[in-house]
Design a protein around this ligand. Sequence first.
Ligand code: SF4
Ligand code: SF4
Length: 254
Amino acid sequence: MTRHFSTPSSASVLPHAAVTDAVKRGYARYTRQSGAWLKGYEQRGGRVFCGAGCFGCCNMPIRVSLAEALITAQALTDTEAARMEAHARAVLANARSAPDDDTYVDRHRREVGYCPLLNRESGSCSRYDVRPTRCRDTFSALPARYCAAETWDDMPRREREEYRREVARTPGTDGEVHYIAPLEHLSEPVWAAAAKAMRQQWGLEAWGDFWVLTTLARDAAFMAQIGRGDARGAWKVAQSRGLAHSTVLEFGWA
Ligand code: SF4
Ligand code: SF4
């Protein structure tokens, strides 16, 4: 897979190592465990359709912890950060106007569009090493066309029924959709490690949209409030940046 890296500009992003290290250890563990699971799955005849240049899933909404967003934020150049913020603003506009969750997701995929970290020429993730959990644990047991937003909507009824039968007989799926369920379950300890580290270090948890949180993770005023465990103060900073909405930013307390 071709990757394109430019010089990071993370000087403004405070390290928060106790939080990010817990997630990085989780990522490393997930890579080992998912690799071992995949090896066994393929030996048993299972097939994974994900591969280099495949990016149909990169226009899905992504939920992350602030701990994960910090890891991505620290690796970005100023130019990449600006593109992430522009995307975050499109996410916000969708969150403010979507009448329900289904519309929010559908519009995200069709109108907000692909993640700005996607290199459309090569079809690869330009920040593969710091991509969030959801990008790590999404694997398809059926061809990539089933991951595309348009496919399902445009699928005739007969083909939908065939899809359902195919999913039901494909090992590794949950019987409902074509993604490989055990590889999603294997990432649960990463979410748990992020939650625990945030509570221990900050006395709160922050979760939300990938692009919004990555943008806020680079905001010193926002992170100062987080460091004080002040969710209300952090929300106000997000509000002043035009990046606060309950769909894309939420807090939990210890
Ligand atoms: S989940 Fe689907 S679109 Fe994404 S890499 Fe795998 S096959 Fe391709
Ligand atoms: S971070 Fe990378 S893998 Fe994840 S959505 Fe963006 S381009 Fe795709």
